[in-house]
Design a protein around this ligand. Sequence first.
Ligand code: FE2
Ligand code: FE2
Ligand code: FE2
Ligand code: FE2
Length: 417
Amino acid sequence: MAFDPMEERGVPLERQLRNWSELNVTPYDTQAVHPYTRTRAILMNGIEVESIMNSHQTARHVTDVGLKQKLALVRRIEQQQQKAVNWLIPGEESNIAVTIGYEQVAVDLTAWVARNEPDPYLKQVYDFGLLEDFDHLYRYANLMDLMGESRKAAEITGELTEIIPGRPTIFEHRHPHDDLRRPMTKVGADRQSVLNGLTLVAAEQQTMNYYMNVGNRPTDPLARALYLEIAQIEEQHVSHYESILDPTLSWMANWVLREFHECWLYWSCMVEEVDPKVRQLWELHLNMEIEHLKTAWEMMKVIDRRDPRELLPDTRLVTPMVFEPNKAYLRQLVAKEVDLTAYDSEFVPITALPEEHRYFAYQAQVNAGGSPTEMVIDRHREAFGEDYRSETEGPHPVGALRERDRQGVLDYAQATQ
Ligand SMILES: [Fe+2]
Ligand SMILES: [Fe+2]
Ligand SMILES: [Fe+2]
Ligand SMILES: [Fe+2]
């Protein structure tokens, strides 16, 4: 089922503008929506935001008026696409329910990417970030329960994703120098690696922005604290993922890659979507992206005097990105890598760090006074006798994270001292 956007005719640019009522799409039904339709909407919103911000950044760094006009034209369309996609989320869905959706995206998207990454170092990069977002899902699920929402987090995830502790968030706080990875190069990298990297940068950046904005909406100080602690980790994740991208690409090459990336993901959404109305939106946007790609392609030839075929010798789309359960993958990963941290661009067990490592000074500074991601679990245990989990495949694979009551926490604290 290969699909080549460069061989297709899309919607001509001049016919891509929509009026306000066309953009104000009917949102999905929060009770009936398939959890992976929600995750596709969250993901594609983040992809549009990245394409918009990249276009703004490009416009600020070029002088050619003709190029600025082309960027402005396509960017206006991307803004409209962002509205149509993000307005799929209904007003009835609370910020904390949407937050559960965001972390479900991070878990099942990153797991798919890790399983489909040909480069062993980059696979480690994804596995490392994956266990951290896996833990965020658990912390927010406990908060959701405490907020008195009518639904449990597992009703949002549809039990397609387990909700159990990952790498405990309290240990994720690292010195900024330890969030920088080794970049791939356009000559050395597999094309799937480039698409994977762009995907995670956009998704994590959107999560960072979302928590930056909605994290101050709760009234409960612990809820506000939880959002801000996890929001800081999402910045770490953006730094972590953006540092794997090739930093030597031209502005035009980056534009071409982003349009190609949008084609890949809308095509993926289209072939996987179960909701026929939402599927129509993915198909329409794919047809728009085909013309964006051709526009960027032509501009790269004119401005860089280079053939984009150097970047993309083959523009056929073959493997769609798929949202699907990754329960067994996550269980073996958490058992193997729960105690990892980073030292420069490498991943090592915390116990392998020298005693005077900057990790410990950073930890002591930010965790002085306690960590809200731990407090939320304590408070849930006080209120309900145990933490909130959605363990569909049995007890936690890590012994120290198995106990759900207060004694379990004390045992874990002792074991990690
Ligand atoms: Fe777009
Ligand atoms: Fe996260
Ligand atoms: Fe993240
Ligand atoms: Fe686009």
